[in-house]
Design a protein around this ligand. Structure first.
Ligand SMILES: *Cc1c(COP(=O)(O)O)cnc(C)c1O
Length: 368
């Protein structure tokens, strides 16, 4: 495909996803595939599954990847519904809207569960989790969000993994908005969930689960949903790279291109450095223009940043429209107790884009 034929986007998406994708990824969408032909099953699906498991770090060989139709939440629901046994009990740790969404899923699925909540601007605390697990022996699984996209907070995954695994529980991690965007060591976690259209920079349409093989093997017959049965989807895929039901073929092929581009960029460590530089420039420039971040720098991820409204008269929608007219789409806030808006630093976005954005905001706002 001649990439010069791919149209330019009218504006850059500075959002939590879907993100601005590369022309190479968009070009890869432009042909059709047969879902039972080897070109697709082996050449695309199995290739993707091997690459995904390979991103899990030193113990990658213990993991197997399962692709799932739908957005990221479908994959989260497939894990919660397929992993917790009838006699088990799920502990959900929350400090934002995506943790809360897992609680809603558990309620809808009628899973035995308990939630442990922190404020949206505080990180999950491993010592408190350890105490909760010590006091309640009925817990069998623990679920948490790595980067809470609500605020952009990065929860301390290595320490949380240590306390959960030291107590012998299965650990489920929603790494939707972090996976692929940072140098990663899965350590001893059991199920990691992410989607095509976040830091891996594909287009939306499916999500995936990277599971510890020995844990996934225990999930046969546990699912509360036929379509979202993680175990059955895995068995089918493992056999010959087939999905149980129609897969979003174009999106899947574009995702392979996105994974190849990640490797060409230098892998997650190099991508992390780019995102971190985007975010550093953004925060430094916004502070110079009189904006404050919601979080202290010590809790902030490099993926998305929440800014407080600069004053009671700030009209976000008007600001949004003026910034969009100059080529950048921002994102509304999601925290419950403060007026915020968010700016993403992920996707096909580079430091020069951040400098252009800051020049636009400076022009709109005038000097601080
Ligand atoms: C994006 C995201 C999801 C999934 O959202 P969908 O709209 O279903 O794709 C889940 N968890 C986190 C932390 C996210 O950032």
């Amino acid at each position: 495909m001649d990439e010069t034929l791919i149209p330019e986007n009218p504006y850059l998406l500075l959002t939590p996803g879907p993100l601005s994708s590369s022309k190479g990824v968009r070009a890869a969408l432009l042909r059709d595939w047969c879902t039972w032909d080897g070109d697709y099953n082996e050449g695309v699906v199995q290739n993707i599954r091997r690459r995904l498991a390979g991103l899990m770090g030193p113990k990658a060989g213990d993991f197997t990847a399962v692709l799932m139709q739908g957005s990221g939440s479908f994959a989260v629901e497939s894990v919660l519904g397929s992993v917790v046994p009838q006699a088990g009990r799920l502990l959900i740790l929350t400090n934002g809207a995506y943790g809360q969404r897992m609680v809603r899923m558990a309620e809808t699925l009628k899973l035995p569960h308990r939630a442990l909540a922190w404020p949206e601007t505080a990180a999950l605390e491993p010592a408190v989790v350890d105490q909760a697990l010590a006091e309640d022996e009925s817990i069998t699984q623990v679920a948490l969000v790595h980067c809470e996209t609500t605020t952009g907070i990065l929860n301390p995954l290595p320490e949380l993994t240590r306390v959960v695994k030291a107590r012998g529980k299965t650990l489920i991690v929603d790494a939707m908005s972090s996976f692929g965007g940072l140098q990663f060591d899965a350590g001893d976690l059991d199920f990691l969930i992410s989607s095509a259209n976040k830091c891996l920079q594909g287009v939306p349409g499916f999500a995936f689960v990277i599971a510890r093989r020995t844990e996934l093997e225990k999930c046969r017959g546990l699912a509360r949903s036929h379509c979202l049965d993680l175990y059955d989807q895995w068995r089918e895929m493992e056999a010959a790279g087939k999905w149980r039901f129609t897969s979003p073929t174009h999106v899947v092929r574009a995702f392979l291109q996105a994974l190849e581009e990640l490797a060409a960029e230098g892998g997650p460590a190099v991508r992390q450095a780019r995102y971190a530089e985007n975010q550093r420039l953004l925060v430094e420039g916004m502070r110079a223009l009189g904006f404050e971040t919601l979080l202290p720098d010590s809790l902030q991820s490099p993926f998305i940043t929440a800014f407080k409204y600069p004053g009671p008269d700030f009209d976000f929608l008007e600001f949004y429209r003026r910034v969009k007219a100059r080529g950048f789409v921002l994102y509304p806030g999601k925290v419950s107790r403060a007026d915020t808006f968010r700016i993403g630093s992920i996707g096909e976005v580079y430091p020069e884009d951040m400098r252009r954005l800051l020049a636009v905001i400076r022009e709109i706002r005038g000097p601080a």
